[in-house]
Each structure stands twice: as structure tokens, then as C-alpha cells.
Design a protein around this ligand. Structure first.
Ligand code: COA
Ligand code: ZN
Length: 310
């Protein structure tokens, strides 16, 4: 893929129900979440990180993820995923009917400690157990979220070879499993050139028929759409975004929300890149999400007069 020819399609994973809702201090009522998720599905979202199976003491906002999965259990066309930080989370997610697990491990030791209270090596031990579990399940697949792939709030800039080190260890554990690897710009501090360099280096070193690439970015420095596009043009086929740009990571001080889904869809539409998402319906969902009490949003497109959004 060179910079001048857009791909035919990009898979968007809508992460507002996880990365976004977890950032609202007072847990949202489950019914409110259901209403937002419904609007996102109506807008054409087909992949969604619906929540996470984590300690309810660490992140009380995600305690109703099981109820959300149940509420949407009849949506056969939807690909719902859920973030899991350990084996316990993976077991819970599978029991609730989630088939796509998002296992998170940070490249930097200090962020992994802050986020999941264990070393990278301990997280990788959990990954090994989760892979065994998935192998027994047969039809489940794994997304590996490599947190702080570009920048760590405690350690600063992260070099591609540090990501390579963790990814190599993780891949050695994953055997034949279909693996989607997401380079995550947890703080939103990456620049497009750094994103391009990391993808170029890692994609050339890690190849295989059962390996695909994703980018998870935050828009803290206003680089979100540019970073996503550079990722797409250097190997990513999937991008995580949050409707209305809702969010902010409780374990990444200063980080704002994920890149707004509508901002990326606008850019993709300009290149006739298929995402399956209807922009005007998505903006209607963004208005509802932006009105949630206690939420922080950051979307460009939502503030543009609607008759100027084609
Ligand atoms: N789901 C639900 N409960 C879980 C759990 C999971 N995946 N993992 C652990 N717990 C429970 C334990 O049963 C225990 O409960 P108890 O005190 O009632 O007995 C409690 O949480 C603590 O368990 P422990 O194994 O000691 O974990 P910890 O306190 O060291 O915390 C994590 C580790 C990973 C569970 C916690 O840090 C966490 O959930 N982090 C999530 C971070 C996150 O989602 N960040 C944003 C995304 S990048
Ligand atoms: Zn994030």
C-alpha cells in the first residue's frame, strides 16, 4: 500500500463502549449504554469493543459488561470483543459468549504495572494460559493490544525494537491462533512518522497468514486521524476509534479520548475507502454520546455545521 492509493476498505472497531465509557467517573446506567450501542449499530458499526472483564474494583464502570453482551446476544452480524487483563477475564468473557478477546499488555514495565499490577513477564504468562484456553475453545480469536507502543506516560518515547521484543515473546506463545496485533498509542503522543516507522519495522519482521495489524490511537495531540492513516498505509487493516472522541485513560495521565470515529470516517470517505459506516447516523449517535453527563469528548466533525458534512 503506498501513500497515494487508498485501500478498498478499513475495519473500524468502535471502542467508545470500553475506552470511552470507562472514562466517565460515575458508572453509566446499563440502559444508557444499551441506547448508545444500539445507535452505533444503526450507524453501521460492525465491530465493537463492548466492554472489559476486569476487576470491578479497578474499573467499576465495566462491571456490567456481561449484561451488555447478553442484551446484544441476538446480533449475529456483529463482532463484539472485550478487553481482558488476565486469565480470569478471559474465562469470564468466553462464558458470557464473547468470541474475540482483547488481551492487553504494555510494552513499558511501568505502565503495565500501573494498568494491570504485574510485570510484562507475568502478563505474558497469563497470555500463554489464555492461548491454551482459546485452543480448547476452537473458534475464538485473539487481539493483542500492545499498550504504550509509541510513548509511555512514565518512561517517555518507546522505540520500535522495544515493541518488537514484547511482540516476539507474545507471538512465540500464540502458535497457530489467528492474531490481530494492535499497536496502541495509549497517550496520543505519537506522530505519523513514528507510527509509520513502527509499522514498517514490525510488519517486515512479523509476517504470516494468520497475523493482521491494527492501530489504536488517542487524539491528545491532534494527531489521531493522521496517525491512523499512516498506520493504514503501512500495514494496518483495522483501526480502533471512539464515537464523539469520548474517553481518556485512567492509567495514562493527560491522555484524552480515542480518535473520533466520525473524524476518521470522514477522511476514509474522501478516498472512497469502505468502512460500512453512515456518517450522518454516526453523528446522531455522537450527539447522544456527547450529551452523557461526565463524559469528555473531542470530535472535530461533530462541531461542523451538519449541512457542511457530506
Ligand atoms: N474480572 C473480574 N474480577 C477480577 C478479575 C477479572 N478479570 N481479575 C481479578 N479480579 C478480582 C479478583 O477476584 C479479586 O477480587 P476479590 O478482592 O473480591 O477477591 C480482585 O479482583 C483482585 O484480584 P487480583 O488478582 O489480586 O488483581 P489485582 O488487584 O492485582 O489487579 C487486575 C489486577 C488486572 C485484575 C486489575 O488491575 C484490573 O482489572 N485492571 C484493569 C485495567 C484496565 O482495564 N485498564 C484499562 C484498559 S488498558
Ligand atoms: Zn486507549
Amino acid at each position: 500500500m503506498n501513500l497515494l492509493s487508498p485501500p478498498e476498505r478499513v475495519d473500524i472497531v468502535e471502542v467508545a463502549p470500553r475506552d470511552g465509557f470507562q472514562s466517565i467517573r460515575e458508572p453509566l446506567p446499563t440502559d444508557e449504554k444499551i441506547r448508545c450501542i444500539q445507535l452505533l449499530i444503526e450507524a453501521g458499526v460492525t465491530r465493537m469493543e463492548i466492554g472489559s472483564f476486569v476487576s470491578p474494583r479497578a474499573i467499576p464502570q465495566m462491571a456490567d459488561t456481561g449484561a451488555l453482551v447478553t442484551a446484544f446476544a441476538d446480533r449475529a452480524a456483529m463482532r463484539f470483543s472485550a478487553l481482558v487483563p488476565n486469565l480470569r477475564g478471559a474465562e469470564l468473557a468466553l462464558t458470557q459468549g464473547i468470541r474475540e478477546l482483547v488481551f492487553v499488555v504494555s510494552v513499558s514495565e511501568s505502565h503495565n504495572q500501573a494498568n494491570v499490577r504485574r510485570s510484562v513477564a507475568q502478563s505474558l504468562e497469563d497470555l500463554a494460559r489464555i492461548v491454551e484456553l482459546l485452543a480448547r475453545e476452537g473458534n475464538a480469536c485473539l487481539r493483542l493490544d500492545l499498550g504504550t507502543s509509541f510513548d509511555c506516560p512514565y518512561e517517555g518515547s518507546i522505540a520500535w525494537h522495544q515493541v518488537d521484543d514484547v511482540l516476539s515473546q507474545a507471538r512465540a506463545l500464540c502458535g497457530n491462533l489467528h492474531l490481530e496485533v494492535a499497536l496502541c498509542d495509549t497517550t496520543g503522543r505519537a506522530t505519523p512518522y513514528q507510527v509509520a516507522e513502527h509499522f514498517r519495522q514490525l510488519v517486515s519482521r512479523h509476517q504470516g497468514p494468520r497475523l493482521t495489524w491494527a492501530f489504536h490511537g488517542h487524539d491528545t495531540y491532534g494527531m489521531g486521524v493522521a496517525n491512523a492513516l499512516f498506520a493504514i498505509h503501512h500495514g494496518a487493516t483495522t483501526v480502533d476509534t471512539a464515537c464523539a472522541g469520548l474517553g481518556g485513560c485512567p492509567f495514562a495521565p493527560g491522555a484524552t479520548g480515542n480518535t473520533a470515529t466520525e473524524d476518521l470516517v470522514y477522511a476514509l470517505n474522501g478516498g472512497q475507502v469502505y468502512s460500512g459506516i453512515d456518517l450522518s447516523r454516526l453523528l446522531a449517535a455522537a450527539d447522544v454520546i456527547a450529551a452523557l453527563p461526565g463524559g469528555q469528548t473531542a470530535s472535530h466533525l461533530r462541531l461542523v455545521p451538519r449541512d457542511r458534512v457530506a
